[in-house]
Design a protein. Structure first.
Length: 146
């Protein structure tokens, strides 16, 4: 059930992550954990008003959890917080329910992870970064540490 596109995207972001590093001047950070697989990431964002100007993550976990966080940051850096939350909502609906073709297109590379919707055991891995993003942006109060 895995498409070549899915495999290539996950491999590529694991071998050559763009955003897996420290972010010393981050404004907000939040840890996300998926105990069922052992995935553990810390998401850090630099914001200017309502705009996400930079972002990074550190952590460990399976290929899907790490690649998904990297792909997510590719998509949301440079966007407004509301826009990032809207995209996270589309991603989570893609994995757990269904979305329109237009919505799929908006997700760009992240749309490759639609294959995970057929892999129940990997769903928590794929959504970890996106849930962490929702939490970091959604509940208003920045949280630092774990
Ligand atoms: Zn995992």
């Amino acid at each position: 059930m895995e498409s070549n596109f899915y495999r290539e995207i996950v491999n590529d972001h694991n071998l050559h992550p763009t955003h897996k590093h420290e972010l010393a001047d981050a404004d907000i950070e939040l840890r996300g954990v998926n105990p069922s697989c052992g995935d553990d990431i810390t998401l850090r964002l630099k914001v200017d008003g309502d705009k996400i100007v930079d972002g990074a993550y550190t952590g460990d976990g399976c290929a899907i959890s790490q690649a998904s966080a990297d792909i997510m940051l590719d998509l949301v850096i440079g966007r407004g917080k509301d826009e990032a939350l809207r995209l996270a909502d589309i991603f989570l609906r893609m994995i757990k329910d269904k979305i329109t073709d237009e919505e799929l297109e908006e997700l760009e590379e992240a749309g490759a992870l639609i294959d995970v919707s057929h892999m129940p055991a990997r769903v928590k891995c794929a959504v970890l970064g996106w849930h962490t993003l929702e939490n970091i942006l959604g509940n208003g109060l920045p949280e630092v540490g774990g």
